[in-house]
Design a binder for this molecule. Structure first.
Ligand SMILES: [Zn+2]
Length: 737
């Protein structure tokens, strides 16, 4: 004992001496260094110390549930530095919870496995939900770099759960014993869904196949990243450079100034640069009057990634398609699409092909009729040429101006943002579903433009919170979206906290926010997602609200767009902001008529892109693929979408959705959900339109159901039959009503 103490004392003295020596050496070194280097070393030491201090503690706002009503995020307390420790701790705790479930010595039951899984990962969820709000709508460099750092870690975290063999064995046991759960339909659906997700992620593969799948996943991920980078570089290099401003006749001064500025930034003095947008058609094509320059720009767009240089994506996409086909084969499916459609509403590639077949003839016929109209205009102007894709938008714009001219400055005074929200969007929800809204000023927001409303049900009971953030900001992503800050679940006793984000132009101080009709539609759309979230009435978080298949999730949102033009709703909100006059009928007629303009072209180009997506993803690994262009040509011909005047919205070589953004075998979902929403709306038309009773039925059978019923059955139960294509064809103006 004494010897041990002596040893420890000696050891301690020795350590002190050594420390003293280190410090002296360090001081000598520091004195010899330049001032800048000394500063750098001190900075590094401080950073390291700072990092080690950022441990997770009760002072972190994510440590426990928010004390605010509805567990709303305490934006006034959350700091950027809180996220990293919360993510680290959140993943650690979640993994420990999952391991505990997997290692449970008791036989697997629904309660000790599925319900326990549903309850796990709360800290990680809380952190992630708020992180997504801020990185999407109010980001900064610190959050962006943390986002890059955490993305692969979160992906690996998911893998660690889905490929946990012991956990899967328990889920499989519960799945095999699931029939006694039958009276509780939601529980049964949960077991079936979770089991399916594990199987689709590869849980049933042999160890050797799992290793192979992981390897293929890695290869695909790196090829996908390569594609994204190649495309970015190709688009940048493909920008059109013009020497003579005369060639740019037709462009507005604003666009010309931007083109000059962009050229100057590349040290191209006295030149103009037109950057390439993602899509085949380029926005300036509708204004450029010089036909040769239009052709040049279109060709730059179509061939951006096919220049046989390092940015040529043809080889990359051929490899990705092959890897995906091989992955599908490993999983026991005939093609990647067959694998990926398992948990979607469409279920099979054949169902998607059948859907296309119902739409393609009418869409292409309308496009051909539009082409004939445009050709007539070209001939009338003695153009002396045959319409080509680079002419389409230029002449279509002239037809539009002549036939349907919608002057935004005439329309906008009738659409004041918050009047549209409260007297339009909220009013429609009140008339259909009986809900009411009250603005709250006591809850913290992440930015001053954000508004919060509390939502009440028909009996005045509370439903949830709705945040809206409508104005464009530099630190906000483009587009519009909805999501949850807090998800609804009876199991955990939480109610929905929903938000909508848009990018409308912010008015000058003290001026009203006047928006376009397309912005109005966007508000109804995003709020449709919001209602799907607010009416969620699920026990289990996995099945709650908008957690549904991609080819179903846009159904409630697109459906809600219909009410923007319903007379009962429209005349309630579309009132002149100064005079209080309701919107004149002539303007309403113009808005309605413009809705079907050029839809043959728009739908055909989208269907062509969808068809390419499906053709690429129904390949088998043994299909030989020598020539990407040849494959694309053959695919379009085979599907009847090879109209010379209407190229696909994205050609294979720059189709970012499917090679880089997770929409592989899923681009069709945009058109599919349109079929659902138009058909559902036609049910309303057949049954007296906007009434409380009709709204209640839609709420009960669709909006409140989350993913608790098979999608096809859910739709059939509401509509009385499988989705019908006719209403979509009518609303696109492909056939007469
Ligand atoms: Zn949407």
């Amino acid at each position: 004992m004494a010897q041990e103490e002596l040893f420890l004392t000696c050891f301690f003295v020795l350590q002190l001496l050594l420390l003293h020596l280190y410090l002296r050496i360090l001081k000598i070194i520091l004195m010899k260094l330049s001032l800048r280097l000394r500063f750098l070393i001190i900075l590094i030491v401080l950073t390291v110390c700072g990092k080690s201090q950022s441990t997770f503690s009760a002072s972190n706002p994510f440590y426990s549930q928010s004390k605010l009503p509805y567990e709303a995020p305490a934006f006034d307390k959350i700091k950027d530095a809180d996220f990293k420790p919360a993510f680290e701790e959140g993943m650690k705790v979640h993994l420990a919870e999952i391991e505990k479930i997997a290692d449970n010595p008791a036989p697997a039951t629904f309660e000790n496995t599925l319900v326990a899984m549903e309850k796990s990962g709360r800290l990680l969820d809380r952190t992630n939900n708020v992180f997504n709000v801020l990185t999407g709508a109010n980001t900064n460099p610190a959050l962006q770099s943390l986002q890059e750092e955490e993305a692969p870690r979160l992906a690996a975290h998911q893998d660690a759960i889905y490929l946990n063999t012991k956990l899967f064995k328990r889920i499989e046991k519960v799945y095999n014993d699931r029939n006694p759960l039958k009276p509780d339909a939601e529980a049964k659906r949960l077991v079936e869904y979770i089991y399916q997700q594990f199987v689709l992620a590869g849980a049933k593969l042999t160890d050797a196949s799992k290793t192979r799948l992981k390897k293929l996943n890695e290869q695909e991920a790196s090829l996908s990243a390569k594609f994204t980078n190649q495309l970015l570089a190709a688009a940048k290099a493909g920008a059109l450079i013009v020497d003579n401003t005369g060639e740019l006749a037709g462009l507005s001064q604003g666009v010309l100034d931007a083109a000059a500025r962009d050229a100057k930034a590349k040290k191209l003095d006295n030149k103009w640069l037109i950057p390439l947008q993602n899509t085949t058609q380029q926005p300036v094509l509708q204004s450029l009057s010089d036909r040769a320059i239009r052709q040049k720009l279109m060709s730059a767009s179509l061939n951006r990634a096919e220049k046989s240089d390092s940015n040529d994506t043809r080889n990359t996409i051929a490899q990705i398609a092959k890897i995906r086909a091989e992955k599908a084969k490993l999983m026991g499916f005939a093609s990647f699409a067959e694998w990926k459609l398992q948990d979607q509403m469409a279920k099979t590639p054949e169902a998607v092909q059948k859907f296309f077949a119902q739409l393609v003839p009418a869409a292409t016929a309308k496009a051909k009729a539009e082409a004939a109209d445009i050709q007539a205009l070209i001939d009338k102007q003695n153009g002396g040429f045959k319409l080509q894709p680079w002419d389409w938008d230029y002449y279509a714009e002239q037809v539009r101006k002549e036939k349907y001219d919608l002057d935004d400055s005439q329309i906008k005074p009738y659409f004041e943002l918050y009047r549209v929200l409260e007297d339009g969007v909220f009013y429609a929800a009140n008339q259909l579903y009986g809900v009411t809204f009250k603005q709250r000023h006591d809850l913290p927001v992440y930015q001053n433009d954000v508004r919060v409303y509390e939502v009440f049900d028909k009996d005045n009971s509370t439903l949830g919170l709705f945040y809206c953030d409508y104005f464009k900001r530099d630190n906000k992503s483009g587009g519009a979206w909805m999501s949850n800050m807090v998800g609804q679940t009876k199991l955990l006793g939480t109610m929905p906290v929903i938000y909508n984000v848009c990018n409308f132009t912010k008015p000058a101080e003290g001026q009203p926010a006047l928006i376009s009709f397309s912005d109005v539609t966007t508000m109804f759309h995003e709020f449709g997602h919001g209602l799907h979230g607010l009416f969620a009435s699920q026990k289990y978080p996995t099945l709650s609200g908008t957690s549904v298949a991609r080819d179903f999730v846009e159904f409630p949102s697109q459906f809600n767009e219909h009410w923007a033009l319903d007379p009962k709703v429209l005349y309630h909100y579309a009132v002149h902001y100064k005079t209080g006059e309701p919107i004149p009928q002539t303007l309403v007629d113009k808005i309605k008529k413009a809705g079907t303009f050029n839809q043959g072209y728009r739908l055909t180009e989208a269907l062509a892109a969808s068809a390419l997506d499906m053709q690429w993803h129904t390949l088998s690994p043994t299909d030989s693929l020598k020539n990407v262009d040849e494959f694309e040509r053959a695919s379009l011909k085979k599907t009847g979408l090879d109209l010379p005047e209407v190229p696909p919205r994205y050609r294979s070589t720059y189709f970012l959705h499917i090679w880089g953004n997770g929409y592989a075998a899923g681009y069709y979902a945009y058109q599919w959900t349109e079929m659902l929403d138009d058909d559902a709306y036609s049910w309303f038309e057949e049954h007296g339109g906007l009434t409380r009773a009709n709204g209640q039925r839609f709420r009960d059978m669709i909006l409140s159901r989350g993913n608790t019923i098979e999608y096809g059955k859910m739709f059939r139960d509401f509509r009385g039959h499988d989705p019908n294509i006719i209403p979509m064809q009518q609303s696109r103006g492909l056939i007469a009503r």
